[in-house]
Design a protein around this ligand. Structure first.
Ligand code: CU
Ligand code: ZN
Length: 196
């Protein structure tokens, strides 16, 4: 009787050992910072910065960099543009599409206008979300502009601009309808994700 019990417990112990040794080793996922970053963007984690690099449309020489910085209730837009005529005033807007495929900038579509408003200058509360008004070149043909707006977000729920287009026009924006009479498109860029 005592011997039978001993045999039973011995076999049970062996069986347990076999099961334990056969279970697969636990896999620890290898951390990948790049993947994490890409997933965050896809899941619309709020971004704090975005950038548009302006390149000249056909027949023009204007280049520039426009940075967007998100704070709680507004976006600061900082532009540095080169290759303009000294003293010239140029309209600029966020346009509907981030599509660079047209040499004249027309693939960018019309002004970004998700609220179905009329055109206006930044001092007007009733304007297209993409209406940024004008910037002015200095005596060297360079324009540096800072503008804070509260009607857009980089990729939040209020009029997100990520992936849209940025257009610089040949003429000034006079605030008139339908699009400010700012003339042809001399530079274009896509608003994209940037490091910081
Ligand atoms: Cu425009
Ligand atoms: Zn407009």
């Amino acid at each position: 009787m005592l011997r039978k019990k001993w045999v039973f417990w011995f076999c049970a112990a062996i069986a347990l050992l076999i099961v334990a040794s056969c279970s697969p080793p636990k896999q620890t996922p290898s951390p990948s910072p790049n993947n994490t970053q890409l997933k965050s963007v896809a899941a619309s984690t709020p971004l704090t910065t975005a950038v548009a690099i302006l390149t000249p449309t056909e027949g023009n020489q204007v280049t520039g960099r426009v940075k967007f910085t998100q704070s709680e209730n507004s976006v600061m837009i900082t532009a540095k543009i080169q290759g303009l005529q000294p003293g010239a005033v140029h309209g600029w807007h966020i346009h509907e599409f981030g599509d660079l495929s047209s040499l004249d900038g027309k693939a960018m579509g019309g002004h970004y206008n998700p609220d179905s408003r009329v055109h206006g200058l930044p001092n007007s509360p009733k304007r297209h979300a993409g209406d940024l008004g004008n910037l002015k070149a200095d005596s060297l043909g360079e324009a540096i502009k800072e503008l804070r707006v509260d009607n857009i977000t980089i990729n939040g729920s209020k009029n997100p601009i990520l992936g849209r287009g940025l257009i610089l026009h040949a003429e000034s924006d006079d605030g008139g309808q339908p699009t400010g009479n700012a003339g042809s498109r001399i530079a274009q860029g896509v608003i994209g994700v940037t490091k910081a």
